[in-house]
Design a protein around this ligand. Structure first.
Ligand code: ADP
Ligand code: MG
Length: 252
């Protein structure tokens, strides 16, 4: 059974069909790239998977269970995490605590146990701080552990956003143009971060404009054009196709 399955998914905005009959299966551990021209439906696809938009037709299944119709927070709890360009929640809080607060969302002990500081909570809380610290190190943010999020350099803020996404223990991570607006140095850092997440076995769906990045990270790529999936395969297979070249790269 695929981890994630889109079955004839449609999304309409008025008379515009942003997604038209999308069929897609993603297996556990896959790193899938989504490319396509501006306005082809890439962001809409991530929004439909993560529950930010309700599909207008078809179904999204996760581990065989229908998730279309659920709220974004319910879907996130099930393990599908979408990152936003700016998903740092607490600007006036230091890096380590930002990551800790996301780790806290995964805590097994309940609120009242933490309120009364029960032994179970004390133990788990210690583990959550250790986990936060490990993730902060993993993303090269160790020197900024006690710096306020709002004062971090741009590239470090993006790294923090990804560190927080990983802290939520995702099974599936949806990344929407994580390199947008970055200079070459920042890009390198974020690329390294994405590779670290891949190494952890997280299933990734990556929307990215830069075709070279997609080719280097994603063994499988789908191409969207006007809401249709026009290709699905390895980079080599996809780039061979004339319709893809015309749609995405432009005819030269
Ligand atoms: P991409 O991410 O590939 O650039 P989008 O998924 O953002 O494309 O958009 C696909 C199409 O749907 C575009 O024509 C866009 O204008 C339209 N669209 C996206 N979101 C909305 C919305 N909330 N309301 C109306 N139209 C939208
Ligand atoms: Mg987009």
């Amino acid at each position: 059974m695929p981890l994630l399955k889109l079955d004839h998914v449609k999304k309409a905005f008025g008379s515009l069909l942003a997604l038209d009959d999308i069929e897609l299966s993603v297996n556990k551990g896959e790193v899938l790239g989504i490319v396509g021209p501006n306005g082809s439906g890439k962001t809409t696809l991530l929004n439909v998977i993560s529950g930010y938009y309700h599909s207008s037709g078809g179904e999204v299944l996760y581990k065989g269970r229908k998730i279309s119709g659920m709220r974004p927070d319910q879907i996130a709890r099930m393990g599908i995490i979408r990152t936003f360009q700016q998903n740092i929640v607490y600007w006036d809080t230091v890096t380590l605590e930002n990551v800790y607060r996301t780790c806290y969302l995964t805590a097994k002990t309940n609120y009242w146990q933490s309120f009364f500081n029960t032994p179970a909570w004390v133990k788990e809380n210690k583990e959550l701080w250790a986990k936060a610290s490990e993730i902060v190190q993993l993303f090269g943010l160790g020197d900024f552990s006690f710096s306020l999020a709002q004062g971090l350099p741009h590239g470090k803020q993006r790294s923090l956003g990804m560190a927080m996404a990983l802290a939520a223990d995702p099974d599936v991570l949806l990344l929407d143009e994580p390199l947008a607006g970055m200079d070459a140095y920042e890009m390198e850092i974020v690329l390294a971060n994405i590779k670290k997440i891949i190494e952890r076995g997280v299933t990734i769906i990556l929307v990215e404009h830069n075709i070279k990045t997609v080719l280097s990270l994603c063994p499988r790529i789908i191409v969207l054009n006007f809401g249709h999936k026009i290709a699905d395969g390895s980079g080599q297979e996809v780039l061979k196709r004339q319709d893809v070249i015309e749609a995405y790269l432009g005819v030269e």
